[in-house]
Design a protein around this ligand. Structure first.
Ligand code: DAK
Length: 263
């Protein structure tokens, strides 16, 4: 791989988009390598992922404008599909994904962070959807995911004006969950990921699916989705060990990591 690095740190996998000369902009090769990296994650030994960018200036400065500038309509569509497929793979990935946004998150960069489950950022992070200034609409789900995350009014303002926002504003509008000094960001992301990894893994996966799938339907259907995924946890080692630890009133055991069990 030329532009993606993957490091396993216990139960946590760290994916780094590593193309700092272009501020980690997403070209076709980055998208293909990210896709292959996700396919290679060992779901039996990994419980959470972190996605970040190399360097201390940029998370992802968008789709690669140089590559996009010469695309035909058909090539543009193919590029869009490649991006959308990877972004959707991240969004529906069986494990939680934390975006550790360490600088610019513009266009496709903001969009890829929104495909992750949770966003935290460094104090120098800048978010924005500058596409209308380039004569295009956001193409990797920005019009859809931003509106769902921060509300239609705020999303429309950001997208129509192409105005970038700083970390504190991203926090205020709910686009990120927390802001850290740059040097503390990765430790904070790893601590959060480790906290997730301590929980029962089947239950965590089912929560992700319940929240994602439930948001796409009305409440009557959403509750049924939750019921099924709740029921699905029973008779698993997760549920037996999780409840057993509590009933035994053993604080040490309560913190014990539940072993992964294939269903
Ligand atoms: N693409 C390619 N190269 C980029 C880039 C990008 N998005 N962003 C930065 N770079 C490159 C610069 O060209 C420069 O390369 P060299 O000249 O050194 O070779 C290097 O990174 C450093 O950038 P700067 O010299 O510009 O650094 P500054 O600190 O002065 O400025 C900046 C940083 C982030 C403010 C600036 O680089 C910038 O404005 N970058 C572009 C940001 C942007 O507009 N991003 C959104 C791209 S649009 C679609 C699906 C998705 C999309 C489109 C279609 N379909 C469905 C078909 C998505 C679109 C986008 O993401």
């Amino acid at each position: 791989m030329e532009f993606i690095t993957y490091e396993q740190d216990g139960f946590v996998g760290v994916i780094t988009i590593n193309r700092p000369k272009a501020l980690n902009a997403l070209n076709s090769q980055v998208l293909e390598e990210l896709d292959a990296t996700l396919d290679a994650v060992d779901l039996n030994t990994t419980r959470a992922l972190i996605l970040t960018g190399a360097g201390d200036k940029s998370f992802v400065a968008g789709a690669d404008i140089g590559e996009m500038s010469t695309l035909t309509k058909a090539e543009g569509e193919a590029f869009g599909k490649k991006g959308n497929d990877v972004f959707r793979k991240l969004e529906t990935f069986p494990l939680p994904v934390i975006a550790a946004v360490n600088g610019f998150a513009l266009g496709g960069g903001c969009e890829i962070s929104m495909s992750c489950d949770i966003r935290i950022c460094s104090d120098n992070a800048i978010f924005g959807q500058p596409e209308v200034g380039l004569g295009i609409t956001p193409g990797f789900g920005g019009t859809q995911r931003l509106a769902r995350l921060v509300g239609a009014g705020m999303a429309k303002q950001m997208i129509y004006t192409a105005r970038n926002i700083k970390a504190d504003e991203a926090y205020r509008i709910g686009l990120v969950n927390a802001v850290y000094p740059q040097e503390e960001l990765m430790d904070a992301a790893k601590k959060m990921a480790a906290g997730i990894a301590m929980q029962a893994p089947i239950a965590v996966r089912n929560c992700k699916k319940a929240i994602n799938d439930g948001l796409d339907v009305d409440m009557d259907q959403a509750i049924v989705i939750e019921e099924k995924l709740f029921g699905d946890c029973f008779e698993t080692e997760d549920q037996r060990a999780g409840m057993g630890n509590f009933l035994e009133k053993d604080k040490e055991k309560k913190l014990k990591v539940v072993p992964f069990q294939n269903k």
